[in-house]
Design a protein around this ligand. Structure first.
Ligand code: FAD
Length: 449
Protein backbone atom coordinates (compact mmCIF):
# COMPACT_ATOMS: atom_id res chain seq x y z
CA UNK A 1 0.00 0.00 0.00
CA UNK A 2 1.51 3.32 -1.00
CA UNK A 3 -0.76 6.10 0.21
CA UNK A 4 -4.30 5.31 1.25
CA UNK A 5 -6.84 7.21 -0.86
CA UNK A 6 -10.05 5.62 0.41
CA UNK A 7 -12.00 2.50 1.31
CA UNK A 8 -13.59 1.41 -1.96
CA UNK A 9 -12.98 1.98 -5.68
CA UNK A 10 -15.11 0.56 -8.50
CA UNK A 11 -13.87 -0.08 -12.03
CA UNK A 12 -16.60 -0.31 -14.67
CA UNK A 13 -15.55 -2.79 -17.37
CA UNK A 14 -12.94 -5.56 -17.16
CA UNK A 15 -11.26 -5.05 -20.54
CA UNK A 16 -7.50 -4.52 -20.60
CA UNK A 17 -7.71 -0.92 -19.33
CA UNK A 18 -10.11 -1.86 -16.52
CA UNK A 19 -7.88 -4.72 -15.38
CA UNK A 20 -4.78 -2.50 -15.28
CA UNK A 21 -6.65 0.29 -13.49
CA UNK A 22 -7.89 -2.23 -10.90
CA UNK A 23 -4.33 -3.37 -10.25
CA UNK A 24 -3.15 0.23 -9.71
CA UNK A 25 -6.08 1.05 -7.42
CA UNK A 26 -5.21 -1.82 -5.06
CA UNK A 27 -2.20 0.29 -4.03
CA UNK A 28 -4.49 3.05 -2.78
CA UNK A 29 -7.91 1.62 -1.83
CA UNK A 30 -8.75 -1.10 0.69
CA UNK A 31 -11.19 -2.74 -1.71
CA UNK A 32 -11.55 -2.63 -5.49
CA UNK A 33 -14.62 -3.99 -7.29
CA UNK A 34 -14.48 -4.75 -11.00
CA UNK A 35 -17.89 -4.81 -12.66
CA UNK A 36 -18.17 -6.55 -16.04
CA UNK A 37 -21.25 -7.44 -18.04
CA UNK A 38 -19.69 -10.53 -19.66
CA UNK A 39 -19.24 -13.77 -17.74
CA UNK A 40 -15.50 -14.17 -17.02
CA UNK A 41 -15.48 -17.66 -15.54
CA UNK A 42 -12.28 -19.66 -16.05
CA UNK A 43 -12.22 -21.55 -19.31
CA UNK A 44 -15.18 -19.57 -20.60
CA UNK A 45 -15.34 -17.71 -23.85
CA UNK A 46 -18.42 -17.47 -25.93
CA UNK A 47 -18.45 -18.12 -29.63
CA UNK A 48 -18.72 -14.99 -31.73
CA UNK A 49 -22.25 -14.31 -32.87
CA UNK A 50 -21.35 -12.64 -36.12
CA UNK A 51 -18.77 -14.97 -37.51
CA UNK A 52 -16.48 -17.85 -36.78
CA UNK A 53 -16.84 -19.57 -33.46
CA UNK A 54 -13.84 -21.83 -33.81
CA UNK A 55 -10.29 -20.75 -34.05
CA UNK A 56 -8.49 -23.95 -33.61
CA UNK A 57 -8.46 -26.81 -31.20
CA UNK A 58 -8.83 -25.95 -27.54
CA UNK A 59 -8.40 -22.20 -27.99
CA UNK A 60 -10.43 -19.44 -26.42
CA UNK A 61 -12.76 -17.30 -28.52
CA UNK A 62 -13.17 -13.59 -27.79
CA UNK A 63 -15.82 -12.49 -25.32
CA UNK A 64 -18.99 -10.82 -26.53
CA UNK A 65 -18.00 -7.46 -24.97
CA UNK A 66 -14.63 -7.43 -26.79
CA UNK A 67 -15.44 -8.74 -30.29
CA UNK A 68 -12.31 -7.07 -31.71
CA UNK A 69 -10.36 -9.73 -29.81
CA UNK A 70 -10.75 -11.97 -32.86
CA UNK A 71 -8.29 -9.81 -34.81
CA UNK A 72 -4.53 -9.33 -34.46
CA UNK A 73 -3.71 -7.54 -31.19
CA UNK A 74 -0.11 -6.40 -31.07
CA UNK A 75 1.12 -5.42 -27.63
CA UNK A 76 3.60 -2.57 -28.16
CA UNK A 77 6.89 -2.66 -26.21
CA UNK A 78 5.81 0.15 -23.84
CA UNK A 79 2.55 -1.64 -23.03
CA UNK A 80 4.38 -4.86 -22.22
CA UNK A 81 6.93 -3.00 -20.06
CA UNK A 82 4.13 -1.48 -17.98
CA UNK A 83 2.28 -4.76 -17.61
CA UNK A 84 5.46 -6.45 -16.45
CA UNK A 85 6.00 -3.70 -13.92
CA UNK A 86 2.45 -4.05 -12.58
CA UNK A 87 2.58 -7.86 -12.65
CA UNK A 88 6.21 -8.96 -12.28
CA UNK A 89 7.00 -12.09 -14.28
CA UNK A 90 3.96 -11.76 -16.57
CA UNK A 91 5.98 -12.03 -19.79
CA UNK A 92 7.71 -15.25 -18.68
CA UNK A 93 4.38 -16.64 -17.52
CA UNK A 94 2.74 -15.97 -20.89
CA UNK A 95 5.66 -17.47 -22.77
CA UNK A 96 5.57 -20.55 -20.55
CA UNK A 97 1.85 -20.89 -21.39
CA UNK A 98 2.48 -20.74 -25.14
CA UNK A 99 2.71 -17.06 -26.15
CA UNK A 100 5.32 -16.65 -28.87
CA UNK A 101 8.44 -14.68 -27.86
CA UNK A 102 10.07 -12.59 -30.55
CA UNK A 103 13.08 -10.37 -31.03
CA UNK A 104 13.88 -7.96 -33.87
CA UNK A 105 15.44 -10.81 -35.87
CA UNK A 106 12.05 -12.57 -35.99
CA UNK A 107 10.12 -9.63 -37.43
CA UNK A 108 9.91 -8.79 -41.13
CA UNK A 109 8.63 -5.24 -41.41
CA UNK A 110 7.82 -3.59 -44.73
CA UNK A 111 6.82 0.08 -44.67
CA UNK A 112 6.28 2.25 -47.73
CA UNK A 113 7.66 -0.61 -49.82
CA UNK A 114 10.95 -0.82 -47.86
CA UNK A 115 11.86 -3.91 -45.87
CA UNK A 116 13.50 -2.72 -42.64
CA UNK A 117 16.93 -3.90 -41.58
CA UNK A 118 16.81 -5.89 -38.32
CA UNK A 119 18.74 -5.10 -35.19
CA UNK A 120 21.08 -7.96 -34.16
CA UNK A 121 19.43 -8.08 -30.71
CA UNK A 122 16.73 -6.34 -28.75
CA UNK A 123 14.09 -6.69 -26.10
CA UNK A 124 11.81 -9.70 -26.20
CA UNK A 125 8.17 -9.08 -27.12
CA UNK A 126 5.29 -11.53 -26.95
CA UNK A 127 2.83 -12.42 -29.66
CA UNK A 128 -0.51 -13.89 -28.61
CA UNK A 129 -4.22 -13.45 -29.23
CA UNK A 130 -6.13 -10.79 -27.34
CA UNK A 131 -8.18 -13.35 -25.33
CA UNK A 132 -4.90 -15.00 -24.25
CA UNK A 133 -3.33 -11.69 -23.16
CA UNK A 134 -6.45 -10.62 -21.31
CA UNK A 135 -6.88 -13.99 -19.63
CA UNK A 136 -3.35 -13.81 -18.23
CA UNK A 137 -3.81 -10.31 -16.88
CA UNK A 138 -7.23 -11.27 -15.46
CA UNK A 139 -5.66 -14.26 -13.70
CA UNK A 140 -3.19 -11.93 -11.99
CA UNK A 141 -5.94 -9.49 -11.01
CA UNK A 142 -8.07 -12.30 -9.56
CA UNK A 143 -5.12 -13.25 -7.36
CA UNK A 144 -5.09 -9.82 -5.68
CA UNK A 145 -6.64 -9.96 -2.19
CA UNK A 146 -8.26 -6.56 -2.42
CA UNK A 147 -10.08 -7.20 -5.71
CA UNK A 148 -13.63 -8.55 -6.05
CA UNK A 149 -15.02 -9.26 -9.51
CA UNK A 150 -18.72 -8.94 -10.27
CA UNK A 151 -19.16 -10.38 -13.74
CA UNK A 152 -22.43 -10.90 -15.58
CA UNK A 153 -23.41 -7.48 -14.17
CA UNK A 154 -24.42 -4.49 -16.29
CA UNK A 155 -23.50 -0.98 -15.16
CA UNK A 156 -26.63 1.17 -15.43
CA UNK A 157 -25.50 4.53 -14.02
CA UNK A 158 -23.45 6.44 -11.47
CA UNK A 159 -24.66 7.72 -8.08
CA UNK A 160 -24.30 11.45 -7.43
CA UNK A 161 -24.31 13.51 -4.24
CA UNK A 162 -24.05 17.21 -4.97
CA UNK A 163 -21.18 17.53 -7.45
CA UNK A 164 -19.54 14.27 -6.53
CA UNK A 165 -19.85 10.71 -7.84
CA UNK A 166 -20.33 8.39 -4.88
CA UNK A 167 -20.83 5.01 -6.51
CA UNK A 168 -22.47 3.13 -9.37
CA UNK A 169 -25.68 1.24 -9.96
CA UNK A 170 -25.38 -2.26 -11.29
CA UNK A 171 -27.94 -4.72 -12.63
CA UNK A 172 -26.97 -8.34 -12.04
CA UNK A 173 -28.69 -11.70 -11.75
CA UNK A 174 -30.10 -10.65 -8.32
CA UNK A 175 -31.62 -7.39 -9.69
CA UNK A 176 -30.40 -3.80 -9.64
CA UNK A 177 -28.43 -2.41 -6.69
CA UNK A 178 -26.24 0.50 -5.69
CA UNK A 179 -22.53 0.09 -4.99
CA UNK A 180 -21.20 3.03 -2.93
CA UNK A 181 -17.57 3.98 -3.59
CA UNK A 182 -14.99 6.70 -3.05
CA UNK A 183 -13.86 6.46 -6.67
CA UNK A 184 -15.53 5.18 -9.86
CA UNK A 185 -13.49 4.53 -13.02
CA UNK A 186 -15.24 4.27 -16.40
CA UNK A 187 -13.32 1.61 -18.37
CA UNK A 188 -16.24 0.57 -20.57
CA UNK A 189 -14.41 0.97 -23.87
CA UNK A 190 -15.45 3.10 -26.80
CA UNK A 191 -19.08 2.97 -25.66
CA UNK A 192 -18.04 4.52 -22.28
CA UNK A 193 -21.01 6.34 -20.78
CA UNK A 194 -19.31 9.28 -19.05
CA UNK A 195 -20.26 11.94 -21.67
CA UNK A 196 -23.96 11.06 -21.28
CA UNK A 197 -23.67 10.94 -17.48
CA UNK A 198 -21.97 14.34 -17.41
CA UNK A 199 -24.75 15.85 -19.46
CA UNK A 200 -27.43 14.30 -17.26
CA UNK A 201 -25.69 15.73 -14.17
CA UNK A 202 -25.56 19.26 -15.59
CA UNK A 203 -21.88 19.21 -16.62
CA UNK A 204 -20.55 19.83 -20.14
CA UNK A 205 -19.74 16.88 -22.37
CA UNK A 206 -16.08 16.70 -23.44
CA UNK A 207 -15.21 18.03 -26.86
CA UNK A 208 -14.40 15.18 -29.27
CA UNK A 209 -11.64 15.19 -31.87
CA UNK A 210 -12.73 12.77 -34.59
CA UNK A 211 -10.59 11.56 -37.48
CA UNK A 212 -12.28 9.58 -40.24
CA UNK A 213 -10.16 6.45 -40.86
CA UNK A 214 -12.57 3.94 -42.49
CA UNK A 215 -10.39 0.97 -41.67
CA UNK A 216 -11.56 -2.57 -42.39
CA UNK A 217 -10.07 -5.89 -41.20
CA UNK A 218 -10.36 -9.49 -42.33
CA UNK A 219 -8.73 -12.16 -40.18
CA UNK A 220 -8.04 -15.84 -40.72
CA UNK A 221 -6.42 -18.29 -38.30
CA UNK A 222 -4.12 -20.72 -40.08
CA UNK A 223 -1.64 -23.50 -39.34
CA UNK A 224 1.49 -23.00 -41.44
CA UNK A 225 3.50 -25.88 -42.83
CA UNK A 226 6.46 -26.90 -40.65
CA UNK A 227 9.47 -24.61 -41.09
CA UNK A 228 7.52 -21.97 -43.03
CA UNK A 229 9.12 -18.50 -43.17
CA UNK A 230 12.49 -19.62 -41.96
CA UNK A 231 12.18 -18.71 -38.29
CA UNK A 232 10.25 -15.47 -38.75
CA UNK A 233 7.42 -15.03 -36.26
CA UNK A 234 5.82 -11.83 -37.46
CA UNK A 235 5.40 -10.12 -40.82
CA UNK A 236 4.04 -6.59 -40.94
CA UNK A 237 3.26 -4.76 -44.16
CA UNK A 238 2.09 -1.16 -43.79
CA UNK A 239 -0.40 0.54 -46.08
CA UNK A 240 0.94 3.25 -48.35
CA UNK A 241 -0.88 6.04 -50.24
CA UNK A 242 -0.53 4.02 -53.46
CA UNK A 243 -2.37 0.91 -52.25
CA UNK A 244 -4.06 1.59 -48.85
CA UNK A 245 -3.65 -2.15 -48.22
CA UNK A 246 -1.66 -3.74 -45.43
CA UNK A 247 -1.32 -7.04 -43.58
CA UNK A 248 -0.13 -8.43 -40.25
CA UNK A 249 0.87 -12.06 -39.79
CA UNK A 250 1.60 -13.15 -36.24
CA UNK A 251 2.56 -16.50 -34.88
CA UNK A 252 0.39 -16.96 -31.75
CA UNK A 253 -0.23 -19.50 -29.03
CA UNK A 254 -1.54 -22.92 -30.05
CA UNK A 255 0.88 -23.34 -32.97
CA UNK A 256 -1.24 -21.00 -35.10
CA UNK A 257 -0.76 -17.98 -37.29
CA UNK A 258 -3.16 -15.12 -37.18
CA UNK A 259 -3.36 -13.38 -40.56
CA UNK A 260 -5.11 -10.00 -40.51
CA UNK A 261 -5.56 -7.97 -43.68
CA UNK A 262 -6.19 -4.26 -43.15
CA UNK A 263 -7.59 -1.74 -45.62
CA UNK A 264 -7.47 2.02 -45.00
CA UNK A 265 -9.56 4.97 -46.18
CA UNK A 266 -12.54 2.88 -47.27
CA UNK A 267 -10.63 -0.02 -48.87
CA UNK A 268 -12.08 -3.30 -47.54
CA UNK A 269 -10.29 -6.64 -47.56
CA UNK A 270 -12.43 -9.53 -48.80
CA UNK A 271 -13.76 -12.03 -46.26
CA UNK A 272 -14.08 -14.91 -48.74
CA UNK A 273 -11.28 -17.39 -49.31
CA UNK A 274 -10.43 -16.52 -52.92
CA UNK A 275 -10.58 -12.77 -52.38
CA UNK A 276 -8.48 -13.10 -49.22
CA UNK A 277 -5.80 -15.06 -51.06
CA UNK A 278 -5.78 -12.63 -53.98
CA UNK A 279 -5.10 -9.75 -51.54
CA UNK A 280 -2.39 -11.84 -49.88
CA UNK A 281 -0.70 -12.33 -53.28
CA UNK A 282 -0.90 -8.63 -54.00
CA UNK A 283 0.35 -7.29 -50.67
CA UNK A 284 2.75 -9.85 -49.22
CA UNK A 285 6.20 -10.94 -50.43
CA UNK A 286 5.91 -14.09 -52.55
CA UNK A 287 7.41 -16.49 -49.97
CA UNK A 288 4.96 -15.29 -47.31
CA UNK A 289 2.02 -15.47 -49.73
CA UNK A 290 3.05 -19.06 -50.61
CA UNK A 291 3.09 -20.01 -46.91
CA UNK A 292 -0.44 -18.64 -46.53
CA UNK A 293 -1.66 -20.51 -49.60
CA UNK A 294 -0.25 -23.80 -48.28
CA UNK A 295 -1.53 -23.31 -44.73
CA UNK A 296 -4.32 -25.28 -43.09
CA UNK A 297 -7.37 -23.04 -42.38
CA UNK A 298 -8.62 -23.13 -38.78
CA UNK A 299 -12.14 -21.81 -39.12
CA UNK A 300 -13.78 -19.03 -41.07
CA UNK A 301 -12.58 -15.53 -41.95
CA UNK A 302 -13.91 -12.80 -39.61
CA UNK A 303 -14.35 -9.13 -40.52
CA UNK A 304 -14.47 -5.80 -38.66
CA UNK A 305 -14.84 -2.15 -39.59
CA UNK A 306 -13.60 0.89 -37.68
CA UNK A 307 -14.95 4.17 -39.04
CA UNK A 308 -13.21 6.75 -36.85
CA UNK A 309 -10.51 7.50 -34.28
CA UNK A 310 -12.01 9.55 -31.46
CA UNK A 311 -10.28 11.47 -28.65
CA UNK A 312 -12.45 12.87 -25.86
CA UNK A 313 -10.81 16.00 -24.48
CA UNK A 314 -11.65 15.63 -20.77
CA UNK A 315 -8.57 17.68 -19.91
CA UNK A 316 -10.20 20.75 -21.46
CA UNK A 317 -13.31 20.71 -19.26
CA UNK A 318 -13.54 23.44 -16.62
CA UNK A 319 -15.75 21.34 -14.34
CA UNK A 320 -15.70 17.61 -13.76
CA UNK A 321 -17.24 15.73 -10.81
CA UNK A 322 -14.82 14.46 -8.18
CA UNK A 323 -14.97 10.73 -7.53
CA UNK A 324 -14.99 9.83 -11.25
CA UNK A 325 -12.20 9.01 -13.72
CA UNK A 326 -12.17 7.53 -17.22
CA UNK A 327 -9.56 5.27 -18.84
CA UNK A 328 -8.63 3.46 -22.06
CA UNK A 329 -10.82 3.48 -25.15
CA UNK A 330 -13.44 5.39 -23.18
CA UNK A 331 -11.07 8.39 -23.46
CA UNK A 332 -9.49 7.74 -26.81
CA UNK A 333 -9.86 5.03 -29.39
CA UNK A 334 -7.39 4.86 -32.20
CA UNK A 335 -7.12 3.48 -35.68
CA UNK A 336 -6.16 -0.09 -34.61
CA UNK A 337 -3.66 -0.53 -37.45
CA UNK A 338 -0.96 1.05 -35.26
CA UNK A 339 -1.61 -1.38 -32.37
CA UNK A 340 -1.75 1.35 -29.72
CA UNK A 341 -5.00 0.79 -27.80
CA UNK A 342 -3.96 -1.63 -25.05
CA UNK A 343 -0.64 0.15 -24.52
CA UNK A 344 -2.36 3.51 -24.14
CA UNK A 345 -4.68 1.88 -21.57
CA UNK A 346 -1.49 0.90 -19.73
CA UNK A 347 -0.17 4.49 -19.94
CA UNK A 348 -3.46 5.67 -18.42
CA UNK A 349 -2.98 3.24 -15.53
CA UNK A 350 0.49 4.67 -14.89
CA UNK A 351 -0.93 8.22 -14.96
CA UNK A 352 -3.57 7.15 -12.42
CA UNK A 353 -0.90 5.72 -10.14
CA UNK A 354 1.29 8.82 -10.36
CA UNK A 355 -1.65 11.12 -9.61
CA UNK A 356 -2.92 9.05 -6.66
CA UNK A 357 0.59 9.10 -5.20
CA UNK A 358 0.09 12.87 -4.88
CA UNK A 359 -3.25 12.43 -3.06
CA UNK A 360 -6.87 12.84 -4.10
CA UNK A 361 -7.17 16.66 -4.18
CA UNK A 362 -8.26 17.80 -7.68
CA UNK A 363 -7.63 14.23 -8.79
CA UNK A 364 -9.71 14.34 -11.99
CA UNK A 365 -8.10 17.54 -13.29
CA UNK A 366 -4.57 16.29 -12.57
CA UNK A 367 -5.30 12.85 -14.00
CA UNK A 368 -6.83 14.04 -17.27
CA UNK A 369 -3.94 16.46 -17.80
CA UNK A 370 -1.44 13.62 -17.20
CA UNK A 371 -3.33 11.30 -19.56
CA UNK A 372 -3.42 13.97 -22.26
CA UNK A 373 0.37 14.31 -22.03
CA UNK A 374 0.88 10.55 -22.05
CA UNK A 375 -1.34 9.76 -25.00
CA UNK A 376 -0.47 12.77 -27.12
CA UNK A 377 2.46 11.08 -28.95
CA UNK A 378 0.33 8.04 -29.81
CA UNK A 379 -2.48 10.26 -31.07
CA UNK A 380 -0.15 12.41 -33.15
CA UNK A 381 1.60 9.38 -34.63
CA UNK A 382 -1.57 7.61 -35.67
CA UNK A 383 -3.55 10.62 -36.86
CA UNK A 384 -0.48 12.00 -38.67
CA UNK A 385 -0.06 8.73 -40.55
CA UNK A 386 -3.80 8.58 -41.30
CA UNK A 387 -3.83 12.08 -42.69
CA UNK A 388 -0.77 11.30 -44.80
CA UNK A 389 -2.67 8.35 -46.30
CA UNK A 390 -5.90 10.21 -46.94
CA UNK A 391 -5.10 13.82 -47.55
CA UNK A 392 -5.23 15.12 -51.07
CA UNK A 393 -1.88 16.62 -52.08
CA UNK A 394 -3.29 20.13 -52.21
CA UNK A 395 -4.63 19.89 -48.62
CA UNK A 396 -1.23 19.14 -47.14
CA UNK A 397 0.45 21.91 -45.19
CA UNK A 398 4.13 22.74 -45.63
CA UNK A 399 4.83 21.17 -42.22
CA UNK A 400 3.04 17.92 -43.06
CA UNK A 401 4.82 17.73 -46.45
CA UNK A 402 8.18 18.18 -44.75
CA UNK A 403 7.37 15.61 -42.08
CA UNK A 404 6.13 13.08 -44.64
CA UNK A 405 9.20 13.64 -46.79
CA UNK A 406 11.45 13.07 -43.75
CA UNK A 407 9.56 9.93 -42.70
CA UNK A 408 9.72 8.62 -46.27
CA UNK A 409 13.46 9.15 -46.26
CA UNK A 410 13.67 7.47 -42.89
CA UNK A 411 11.88 4.38 -44.16
CA UNK A 412 14.32 4.19 -47.04
CA UNK A 413 17.28 4.57 -44.66
CA UNK A 414 15.76 1.95 -42.33
CA UNK A 415 16.00 -0.59 -45.13
CA UNK A 416 19.80 -0.41 -44.91
CA UNK A 417 20.53 0.81 -41.41
CA UNK A 418 19.07 -1.12 -38.48
CA UNK A 419 19.74 1.77 -36.13
CA UNK A 420 17.27 3.91 -38.05
CA UNK A 421 14.80 1.01 -38.06
CA UNK A 422 15.29 0.67 -34.31
CA UNK A 423 14.67 4.38 -33.71
CA UNK A 424 11.48 4.10 -35.74
CA UNK A 425 10.41 1.01 -33.79
CA UNK A 426 11.03 2.60 -30.40
CA UNK A 427 8.89 5.60 -31.27
CA UNK A 428 6.05 3.59 -32.83
CA UNK A 429 6.33 1.20 -29.85
CA UNK A 430 5.72 4.23 -27.56
CA UNK A 431 9.00 3.68 -25.73
CA UNK A 432 10.54 6.96 -26.98
CA UNK A 433 8.73 10.20 -27.71
CA UNK A 434 8.50 11.30 -31.38
CA UNK A 435 11.24 13.90 -30.82
CA UNK A 436 13.68 10.93 -30.78
CA UNK A 437 13.24 10.75 -34.56
CA UNK A 438 15.03 14.06 -34.96
CA UNK A 439 17.96 13.36 -32.63
CA UNK A 440 21.16 14.38 -34.45
CA UNK A 441 22.41 10.80 -34.81
CA UNK A 442 19.12 9.65 -36.34
CA UNK A 443 18.87 12.65 -38.65
CA UNK A 444 22.43 12.09 -39.82
CA UNK A 445 21.86 8.40 -40.52
CA UNK A 446 18.57 9.18 -42.26
CA UNK A 447 20.01 11.82 -44.53
CA UNK A 448 23.11 9.76 -45.23
CA UNK A 449 20.86 6.76 -46.04
C1 FAD B 1 -10.22 -4.61 -35.05
C2 FAD B 1 -9.40 -4.06 -33.90
C3 FAD B 1 -8.06 -4.40 -33.79
C4 FAD B 1 -7.30 -3.88 -32.74
N1 FAD B 1 -5.97 -4.19 -32.67
C5 FAD B 1 -5.24 -3.73 -31.63
C6 FAD B 1 -3.85 -4.04 -31.50
O1 FAD B 1 -3.24 -4.66 -32.37
N2 FAD B 1 -3.18 -3.62 -30.39
C7 FAD B 1 -3.81 -2.87 -29.43
O2 FAD B 1 -3.17 -2.51 -28.43
N3 FAD B 1 -5.10 -2.53 -29.55
C8 FAD B 1 -5.82 -2.93 -30.61
N4 FAD B 1 -7.13 -2.59 -30.71
C9 FAD B 1 -7.70 -1.69 -29.71
C10 FAD B 1 -8.01 -2.44 -28.43
O3 FAD B 1 -8.92 -3.48 -28.69
C11 FAD B 1 -8.60 -1.47 -27.44
O4 FAD B 1 -7.82 -0.31 -27.38
C12 FAD B 1 -8.63 -2.07 -26.07
O5 FAD B 1 -9.48 -3.18 -26.08
C13 FAD B 1 -9.15 -1.04 -25.09
O6 FAD B 1 -9.41 -1.67 -23.91
P1 FAD B 1 -10.50 -1.08 -22.92
O7 FAD B 1 -10.37 -1.92 -21.72
O8 FAD B 1 -10.34 0.39 -22.80
O9 FAD B 1 -11.89 -1.34 -23.62
P2 FAD B 1 -12.58 -2.74 -24.06
O10 FAD B 1 -11.55 -3.75 -24.37
O11 FAD B 1 -13.56 -2.35 -25.09
O12 FAD B 1 -13.30 -3.20 -22.72
C14 FAD B 1 -14.46 -2.60 -22.25
C15 FAD B 1 -15.11 -3.57 -21.28
O13 FAD B 1 -16.25 -2.93 -20.69
C16 FAD B 1 -17.32 -3.84 -20.64
N5 FAD B 1 -18.56 -3.05 -20.62
C17 FAD B 1 -19.00 -2.19 -21.55
N6 FAD B 1 -20.18 -1.65 -21.18
C18 FAD B 1 -20.48 -2.19 -19.96
C19 FAD B 1 -21.56 -2.01 -19.05
N7 FAD B 1 -22.58 -1.19 -19.28
N8 FAD B 1 -21.53 -2.72 -17.89
C20 FAD B 1 -20.49 -3.58 -17.60
N9 FAD B 1 -19.44 -3.76 -18.43
C21 FAD B 1 -19.44 -3.08 -19.60
C22 FAD B 1 -17.17 -4.66 -21.94
O14 FAD B 1 -17.84 -5.89 -21.87
C23 FAD B 1 -15.64 -4.83 -21.98
O15 FAD B 1 -15.22 -5.95 -21.25
C24 FAD B 1 -7.91 -3.04 -31.78
C25 FAD B 1 -9.25 -2.70 -31.89
C26 FAD B 1 -9.99 -3.18 -32.96
C27 FAD B 1 -11.42 -2.75 -33.09
Amino acid sequence: MMRRAGDHAIVLGAGMSGLLAARVLTDFYDRVTLVERDALGPGEGEAREDGPGEEGPGERAPRKGVPQGFHAHALLPRGLQIMDELFPGLTEEMIADGAVPYEPAHVRMIMGGFEFARAPAGEVGVSATRPFLEEHVLRRVRALDRVAIEDGAQVTGVLMEEDRVVGASVAGPGGERDLPADLVVDAMGRGGRTPAWLEAMGFDRPQEDTIKVEVAYATWYLRFPEGALDGERMVLVGASPGTLKGAALCMVEGDRWLVTLGGSAGVRPPADRDGFLAWVDEVLPSDVAAAVRHAEPLGEIGAARIPTSVRRRYERLDRFPEGLLVTGDAICHFNPIYGQGMSVGALDAVAMRECLREGTGSLAARYFAAVARALDPAWRLSTGADLALREAEEQKTVASRLLNAYLGRMRRAAARDWRVAEAFGRVSGLVDRPSALVRPAVVWRTLRG
